[in-house]
Design a binder for this molecule. Sequence first.
Ligand SMILES: Cc1cc2nc3c(=O)[nH]c(=O)nc-3n(C[C@H](O)[C@H](O)[C@H](O)COP(=O)(O)O)c2cc1C
Length: 192
Amino acid sequence: MKKPALTSVDIHPVLAERWSPRSLDDQATISTEDLTGLLEAARWAPSANNAQPWRFIIARRGEEPFQKIVSALMGFNQSWSPKASAYIVIVANMKNDDGSDRAISLFDSGLAAAFLSVEAHHRGLVVHQMAGFDHAAISESFGLNDSQDAVIVLAIGTQAPAEALGEGPALEREIAPRERIPLDQLIISGKL
Ligand SMILES: Cc1cc2nc3c(=O)[nH]c(=O)nc-3n(C[C@H](O)[C@H](O)[C@H](O)COP(=O)(O)O)c2cc1C
């Protein structure tokens, strides 16, 4: 299923066509080449002061770390995302060297996630980001330190037909139109 963005002028096809499906092929695997490509894209995202505060947890379906992540997900995410070929957790270093808080690490990590998602779409894969998980459970399972916070879990896989989800909220969301606030309502000041 495709759900291209409706834009007033053309944008890059990868950006227009990227979306976040939940119907994933539970037989599909991800190659090391693709996984590496996704992480290279994330690695080359910009960050404030080039701090690169992101770190990654990689978990392929069928391996033990994958199951640990499934256990930490909120119920809805547990219902559809275990068909992903892999999860990547983006972990941010939330402290500066002097121990003060580094809030901008969340923004930096979002850029890494965006770069990764675009590269995935370019490679024919899909990414679905999930904030619905137990942060403490991930910290404990993967031995994160006090400065590290698991920001987002990315379900990465190969898209399957929407109907494979079966009746329920995931299918409803899968076939619903993608919506955005109109551009003119996003502009606080200035005009096009
Ligand atoms: C930071 C973030 C957290 C999200 N958390 C979840 C989640 O926990 N579960 C889920 O099913 N989708 C989650 N999503 C997916 C969003 O609902 C989705 O990106 C949004 O509806 C826009 O749809 P699109 O990506 O298809 O354009 C999340 C997306 C982002 C960016």
